[in-house]
Structure formats: structure tokens, C-alpha cells
Design a protein around this ligand. Structure first.
Ligand SMILES: Cc1cc2nc3c(=O)[nH]c(=O)nc-3n(C[C@H](O)[C@H](O)[C@H](O)COP(=O)(O)OP(=O)(O)OC[C@H]3O[C@@H](n4cnc5c(N)ncnc54)[C@H](O)[C@@H]3O)c2cc1C
Length: 399
């Protein structure tokens, strides 16, 4: 999400929750976290709870990166089917990756209980076939998920028409899912991290990192320095610029939100919805009874080009929503555009890379980046504490 675009939902909805100072002196810490989006906030919260001295820097206001644009559907089902991931990386690791995302939803539920209201609620999730061509792959996917122990049902056309306004050849209904306001969650986590000793500064861009045997020195664009044993890159889609290894393709995605008080006729349990087409459309409802629909992804070139097509994408999303939910009258409140990263295997990149000693990366790319952010916080804490973490292998660089 580029601030210049001005198309973001959550900050507008939630107002300016809290502001932090910009860095005004040289400082030292155990761990420097670059990026105060949902990933940096989860990492900072986790590490500071363990008594580690954390300092967070963000070039924008807190939570104003992709986090402010996110539709924040929390799903264990990643962009690559489990059945395809098994073929790619083997059954144990593929099932483990899915399980970690599922566990992340439970972890977020626990966090939500400890923090002020962040709009977290459990939701079922329905993944439907966009066309007859996808039926076979969804049936295969259903079998793979069932074998892995997930609570799933395969619904045919009849069951779908019974539960929803729309018809589709088949779909997988899952009971594990949730939604959250990622902007509020980010702020709540950082506030707690601060109360546990973390120092947080926004509007402070890290321009350069110097490395030594003792650790790193981050130099900001205003020439101030932060010395740390380790640095965590939680800079979202902008992290690629720190790496030689190409790990991510950037996409633009588009979303809109309706006015509140929609009556959800023909939307079973107001579950999370997404489809098998690529790129896919994704839909959810909000606690004040709005609909959010996103999709129409295309390769990201720059924010000006992305934002120039917003009006066109808005029209397409309205058409898609009207097709899916013909019995639900709605009025559009506004639309926005955002940028997200996509990896070849749909998995995040988390952990260390030979290119950058004393650094950890927390790059939760993909359609369910937020669940990856939870996984990243756990893995990075273990790496920092020198505790073995077998899951790090799944998300390693150079794979
Ligand atoms: C429209 C849209 C819909 C999405 N829907 C979903 C969804 O339904 N479910 C889901 O799980 N995920 C979704 N995602 C993805 C999800 O939003 C991201 O995975 C998540 O927000 C990434 O958080 P982050 O903290 O890693 O990155 P960001 O929120 O982008 O935060 C990175 C921060 O790093 C800062 N930064 C960068 N470089 C520097 C630097 N040099 N110095 C200091 N600070 C720096 C930036 O200012 C930024 O605030 C969606 C994304 C978009 C755009």
C-alpha cells in the first residue's frame, strides 16, 4: 500500500489510533524490527514478552503499509492447494505448513482475548469452484485436506444453492477461519510491546545497514544510528530491495467495501468466501454488516499505474458482487488498491539468509500473509533464543 494512493480502508474506519515519535537520537537494543505493520507488531510483541529489548522503526505511520489495505481474512488454506504443495515439497512439510496456518488462527484468537477489541471473530470458510474445469482439482484438494485432519466438507451444486445465493459446481466448506481488523490489532500489539519495554518510532526510514561481528548498525535517512545484535526485516513488499535472492513477485489487488447494515440473505453464516479462479475474488462481511470484496489482481508496476485503474477495477468488483449475491442490495462506500507479494510455492520466507548475517526476515507473502506473520514471530523468537525450530526449514531462503 503506497500512502500516496490514499486508498485504504482500515485507517479511515478506525481513525488515527495512536502516534509515535520519530527517532531523534542514536540508540541501542537487542533486536531492531524494521516495519511496524502487522508482522513487525507481532514480532515486537512476542520478543518483548520474552524480555528481549526491542526497538521498532517504520518509515510511515504505524500500520500504514499493506496492513492498512488488508481485507484480513484469516485462513489456514494458502494460495497453493495442499495437494499441489504435497507434490512440490512432500507430504510432511506441506501438511505442516497448513497446520501452522491453522494454529496461527488459534493463536490470534488467544491474542484477541488478551487485547482490546480488534474486531476478531471466528468464521467458517467456503472455497468454491469457479468453473466445471476446477471440479477435479477441488475434489483432490478435499481428499488431501481431509487426510491431513482438517474439518472439511465437500459440497455439490445442490448444497451450495441451499446455503448461498449463487451456484457453483462444488466447493470445500471449512470450519477453521476468522477475520480481524489488522490496523487495530497492529496498534494493540505495539502498545503492549511498548508496555513491555519496546521502543517504537515511526516516520523513520532505515536507509542502510552496516554489519559487523557484533551485530548491525542501522542508519536512518536522517543519519541517526541504531545498534542491535540482530535486525528483523518486517518491511512487507518493500523487503525485496534488501535481498539479492528474488523471492517475491508483486501484485496489485483491489477491494471495495459497502455501506453498513446489509441484510445477508443467502450468505450462509456470513462465512469467508473465495474461489478457485486465479486471480481469485475474496469476500467477507464485517461486524457492522458491510461486505468487503477484493480481487482483480494484476502484476504491480508502480503505484501510479495501479491507482489509475482503480475505477475500472471497482466497476468489475461491483459486477462480481452483484453476480454472486443477487438477492443482497448494497451500496458501495469506497474502493481502494493495495500491493502484496506472491511466492512461487505460496509459502512465506522466514528466517536467516547467508546474504545477510545477523538478520532475520519475516516476509509473510501470499493471500494469507497475516497467518504467516504469526508463524514468523514464533520462528524468529526461537532462532534468536537459539532454540531448535524444525518449521524454519519449510520457510527457508534458497529453497
Ligand atoms: C488489498 C489487500 C488484501 C489482503 N487481504 C488479505 C487477507 O484477506 N488475509 C491475509 O492474511 N492477508 C491479506 N493481505 C496481505 C496482508 O495484508 C499482508 O500480508 C500484511 O499486511 C503484511 O504485513 P507486513 O507487516 O508484513 O507488511 P506492511 O503492512 O506493508 O508493513 C511493512 C512496514 O515496513 C515499513 N518499511 C518498509 N521499508 C522500510 C524502511 N526501509 N525503513 C522503515 N520502515 C520500512 C513500511 O512503511 C510498512 O509500514 C492483503 C493485502 C492487500 C494489499
Amino acid at each position: 500500500m503506497d500512502l500516496r494512493s490514499g486508498h485504504c480502508f482500515w485507517p479511515i474506519n478506525s481513525g488515527l489510533v495512536r502516534s509515535y515519535p520519530c527517532l531523534s537520537e542514536n540508540l541501542k537494543c537487542d533486536v531492531l524490527v524494521i516495519g511496524a505493520g502487522i508482522t513487525g507488531a507481532l514480532v515486537a510483541d512476542h520478543l518483548s514478552q520474552l524480555g528481549i529489548n526491542v526497538l521498532v522503526l517504520d518509515r510511515r505511520d504505524v500500520g500504514r503499509g499493506s496492513t492498512s489495505a488488508s481485507t484480513a481474512m484469516l485462513q489456514y488454506e494458502i494460495d497453493m492447494h495442499l495437494s499441489d504443495l504435497i507434490t512440490r515439497i512432500g507430504k510432511p512439510q506441506a501438511e505442516r505448513a497448513y497446520q501452522l496456518c491453522s494454529d496461527a488462527i488459534d493463536n490470534l484468537a488467544q491474542l484477541a482475548e488478551q487485547l482490546p477489541d480488534c474486531g476478531f471473530s471466528r468464521k467458517d470458510s467456503f472455497y468454491f469452484a469457479s468453473s466445471e474445469d476446477d471440479v477435479e482439482s477441488l475434489e483432490k484438494e478435499y481428499q488431501a485436506r481431509k487426510q491431513a485432519g482438517f474439518d472439511v466438507q465437500l459440497w455439490g451444486r445442490e448444497a451450495i444453492v441451499e446455503h448461498f445465493n449463487f451456484s457453483a459446481p462444488c466447493g470445500i466448506y471449512s470450519t477453521q477461519g476468522a477475520q480481524v481488523d489488522p490496523f487495530l490489532l497492529t496498534h494493540a500489539l505495539l502498545k503492549r510491546a511498548q508496555s513491555n519495554g519496546a521502543s517504537i518510532f515511526d516516520r523513520t526510514r532505515v536507509a542502510k545497514i552496516d554489519q559487523s561481528a557484533q551485530g548491525i548498525t542501522a542508519i536512518t535517512e536522517r543519519g541517526l544510528e541504531v545498534r542491535a545484535q540482530k535486525v528483523v526485516f518486517a518491511c512487507g513488499y518493500e523487503a525485496q530491495s534488501w535481498l539479492k535472492e528474488k523471492v517475491v513477485d508483486l501484485n496489485s489487488t483491489f477491494a471495495l467495501i459497502t455501506e453498513p447494515n446489509v441484510v445477508f440473505d443467502g450468505w450462509h453464516k456470513q462465512c469467508l468466501l473465495w474461489e478457485s479462479a486465479r486471480p481469485y475474488s475474496y469476500l467477507r462481511t464485517t461486524s457492522d454488516n458491510r461486505i468487503i470484496i477484493g480481487g482483480e489482481d494484476e502484476a504491480f508496476k508502480n503505484s501510479e499505474l495501479r491507482d489509475a485503474v482503480l475505477e475500472h477495477k471497482r466497476t468489475k468488483l461491483i459486477k462480481k458482487l452483484a453476480e454472486l449475491m443477487p438477492k443482497i442490495p448494497f451500496e458501495v462506500a469506497y474502493a481502494w488498491a493495495g500491493t502484496f507479494g506472491e511466492t512461487q510455492d505460496g509459502l512465506a520466507y522466514i528466517g536467516e539468509t547467508d546474504e545477510f548475517p545477523n538478520a532475520y526476515f519475516a516476509l509473510g507473502y501470499g493471500g494469507n500473509g497475516i497467518t504467516y506473520s504469526v508463524v514468523a514471530a514464533q520462528i524468529i523468537a526461537d532462532l534468536y533464543l537459539g532454540k531448535p525450530n524444525a518449521d524454519a526449514e519449510i520457510f527457508r531462503f534458497g529453497r
